[in-house]
Design a protein around this ligand. Structure first.
Ligand code: PHE
Length: 340
């Protein structure tokens, strides 16, 4: 019987498993109800009295060894093991990649636009999303009866007509002019809100980046050159721009900026509606009345401002046809921008 016990001990000591289930098989075979140890215990009853002491000790020792060794092997082969035994690790197995998140295309484009203007010496300015009428409209030369103040465009907070969700980030520019002295160069990224029906082309919440430059002798030529620099940096060296006369209450003269269509190279396609041009932003020379309202002497200083919608710009850059995709947070859509 001593022979059998020693044999079992050697088998346990030499056992080298490769998987956790092999350890479990060993446990059942040795320590299980119908396992070898129990069988030996049964046999022990028949051992001659003078041998009982020696055999009993050997049997107890092998039981302790089996229990400890199996617990140890389970630990090293188990999924949660911190220190896998060398024999348990399959070094040829391919590694698993951790799932990494990625930036939202709106954040990517917003960051890119801010970076480009940062290279021209602009600094980022911030302001509240819940604003007062003065910073969003009055300071920016909107007459009291202007339709943009209407309930159709603006979300008011409760019944107070003075507190509202900003409809453009120009309100940040008004704040910058109040608190800074020229030269002022600020870029104002942020979320804006308009009471518009949600469709493939418009949303009631979107993002803008607006910019403002105020100094002595700032001219329309400076504005045009800055916008051209931006278009070439953002869309590529071959991008061309054109300015069309437009109207904003806070700029005079005002213009709408078009960039040559990147998809057809200006030849005309569906996206540019066969014109070869895509509208990217509004801009103009800051109206002297706005400078004065914000505490800057318009006889001494002049400035220009521009503003663009980020979703629109992202849609143009990536060929996205429906603005709603940008807000649905469908990971299958977002994963396409992982490398952006
Ligand atoms: N604030 C304008 C808008 O919301 C954009 C703009 C900014 C136009 C600055 C001209 C100058 O559409």
């Amino acid at each position: 019987m001593i022979e059998k016990i020693n044999g079992l001990r050697r088998r346990i000591e030499e056992f080298v498993p490769t998987t956790a289930s092999e350890v479990e098989e060993l446990r059942i075979a040795v320590l299980g109800k119908n396992g070898e140890i129990n069988a030996l215990m049964e046999e022990f009853r028949t051992v001659a009295p003078e041998m009982k002491r020696e055999v009993g000790q050997a049997l107890n020792a092998v039981k302790t060894l089996a229990t400890e060794r199996i617990a140890e092997l389970k630990e090293s082969c188990g999924e949660n093991s911190k220190t896998p035994s060398p024999s348990a690790a399959d070094l040829t197995r391919p590694g698993t990649n951790d799932a990494l998140g990625s930036r939202h295309p709106v954040s990517v484009v917003m960051g890119e636009v801010c970076d480009i203007f940062a290279r021209l010496g602009y600094t980022i300015a911030d302001g509240p999303e819940i604003e007062d009428d003065w910073h969003v409209f009055t300071a920016l030369n909107f007459p009291p009866e202007h339709p943009a103040r209407d309930m159709q465009d603006t979300f008011f907070i409760e019944k107070n007509p003075d507190i509202l969700l900003r409809t453009h980030t120009s309100s940040i520019q008004a704040r910058a002019m109040q608190t800074q002295k020229p030269p002022i160069r600020v870029i104002c990224p942020g979320r804006v809100f308009r009471n518009e029906a949600i469709s493939a082309r418009s949303h009631c919440m979107f993002h803008q980046v607006e910019g403002l430059y105020v100094d002595k002798n700032v001219s329309f030529a400076d504005l045009k050159q800055s916008v051209l620099y931006f278009a070439k940096e953002f869309f590529g060296e071959r991008a061309a721009i054109r300015l069309r006369p437009s109207y904003f209450p806070f700029t005079e003269p005002s213009a709408e900026v078009d960039v040559s269509c990147q998809l057809c190279g200006g030849a005309g396609c569906n996206v540019c509606k066969h014109t070869g041009w895509l509208e990217i932003m509004g801009c103009g020379m800051v109206d002297p009345a706005v400078l004065d309202a914000c505490g800057i002497d318009s006889r001494e200083y002049s400035g220009f401002a521009f503003g663009m919608g980020i979703e629109r710009t992202a849609m143009l850059k990536y060929g996205i046809r429906d603005i709603r995709l940008l807000f649905e947070n469908d990971v299958r859509f977002l994963q396409q921008f992982e490398s952006a």
